[in-house]
Design a protein around this ligand. Structure first.
Ligand code: SF4
Length: 163
């Protein structure tokens, strides 16, 4: 079989909604629309670990970005960021196209384009990065690497792109 040689990195819960905080899972398991989108394009999916599960229990309440803006959470994110850079270099070195990394729209951690913050005591969606993608931006800059970054919007079943 001829390989497509096209790879996309995926935040963990697009392939496993069981990892999400209580009440925010939108599908029973994988997000099938995301997988179908990848299949149509011939992309191989490189799954990433869930940063929150490196330091929090599976059963946890949904939170905003403020909850995760601390060193413990950022250190967990940097472990996954390290994997992103490693996998990207590995595939590029072998001549593959890494088409980008897909975040999770609205997540305080893995939102690449949109995240949730506290405003007047209420969680609101804003156009900014979650902490994992803030850490990824810093690492990419340090390494002088470029990687297309986008979010999968589960509600509208398509990606939204970073500027
Ligand atoms: S931290 Fe990221 S991968 Fe883990 S459940 Fe939240 S959005 Fe998904």
């Amino acid at each position: 079989m001829r390989r497509s040689k096209k790879i996309i990195l995926s935040c963990h819960c697009l392939l496993n909604q069981n990892a999400r905080a209580q009440t925010v899972a939108k599908r029973p398991g994988v997000v099938p629309e995301f997988v179908a989108w990848c299949v149509r394009r011939g992309y191989g999916i490189v799954p990433l670990g869930c940063p929150q599960l490196l330091f929090e229990p599976l059963k946890r309440k949904p939170a905003t970005k403020e909850t995760y803006s601390n060193e413990q959470a950022r250190a967990a994110c940097r472990k996954i960021v390290h994997e992103v850079l490693h996998q990207t270099r590995l595939y590029r070195k072998a001549g593959y196209e890494v088409v980008g990394i897909m975040g999770v729209e609205g997540s305080p951690t893995c939102g690449a384009v949109r995240t949730h913050v506290l405003k007047n005591g209420t969680s609101v969606s804003v156009r900014e990065r979650g902490i994992f993608f803030e850490e990824l931006d810093k690492a990419l800059k340090r390494a002088s690497m470029k990687l297309p970054i986008m979010d999968w919007d589960i509600q509208v079943k398509k990606p939204i792109f970073s500027n």
